[in-house]
Design a protein around this ligand. Structure first.
Ligand code: HEC
Length: 194
């Protein structure tokens, strides 16, 4: 058997199992503290959240949801205010026009065809308009709300603000281009703006 120092001898327990003996060291302080700390925390947590008046998960979820709705409402309100400065910075930027074109090709061509020549949806490059009036100020808000009952989706929540401005700028940049086999004019004629 190994030599045992005085300290170990003092905490040596009586029992002996086939030569195996046990020392009775106190548990480390940090361990005891976290043990009791855990119990105290559980008691406080349980009495506040389960027995007491603490807010439930459903309640807090409801609050978050309400907050989200307000933020969304505010965002949509701001978005619906057409910002001509933003628009002009987009319409003068070749990169943003590219962004607009690629977004148009991704989200709009299925109905409006390549270069917006018209298919299910109207030709968006001629001078005839059903809802918009050929200006960015009227095209942008119409894209936001669309006309779902007429087959045009609302895009306000499906695309980001910069994508919506970029698409509008792209559409304005292709007004009056030569189209192969365009869809017949629909709506009223509006003089093209320069
Ligand atoms: C699912 C088919 C569909 C998709 C996708 C679609 N549109 Fe349309 N769009 C239509 C239809 C149909 C109309 C005409 C609605 C009506 O007559 O009520 C329309 C109308 C419009 C108008 C108004 C035209 C006018 O004469 O006033 C604009 C602008 C427009 N779409 C832009 C877009 C843009 C931009 C996208 C992509 C972000 C897009 N659309 C995606 C079907 C679609």
């Amino acid at each position: 058997m190994n030599e045992m120092n005085e300290e170990d001898k003092a905490v040596l327990l009586d029992h002996d199992y086939d030569g195996i003996q046990e020392l009775d060291h106190p548990l480390p302080r940090w361990w005891v503290m976290s043990f009791w700390g855990g119990i105290i925390f559980a008691i406080i947590y349980f009495s506040y959240y389960v027995v007491g008046s603490g807010p439930s998960l459903q309640y807090e979820y409801g609050l978050d949801l309400k907050h989200l709705k307000e933020v969304k409402k505010e965002y949509l309100k701001n978005l619906s205010q057409f910002n001509s400065d933003t628009y002009h910075s987009y319409s003068q930027s070749p990169e943003m026009l590219k962004v607009g074109e690629s977004n148009f090709n991704k989200h709009c061509v299925a109905c409006h065809r390549d270069k917006a020549a018209g298919d299910i949806g109207p030709n968006l490059t001629d001078e005839y308009w059903l809802y918009a009036e050929g200006t960015p100020e009227t095209i942008f808000p119409f894209i936001l709300t669309g006309n779902p009952s007429g087959g045009m989706p609302a895009w306000a929540e499906m695309l980001k603000e910069d994508e919506l401005y970029a698409i509008t700028a792209y559409l304005m940049s292709i007004q009056g281009i030569e189209q192969e086999n365009p869809k017949a004019p629909q709506g009223e004629r509006f003089e093209r703006i320069k």
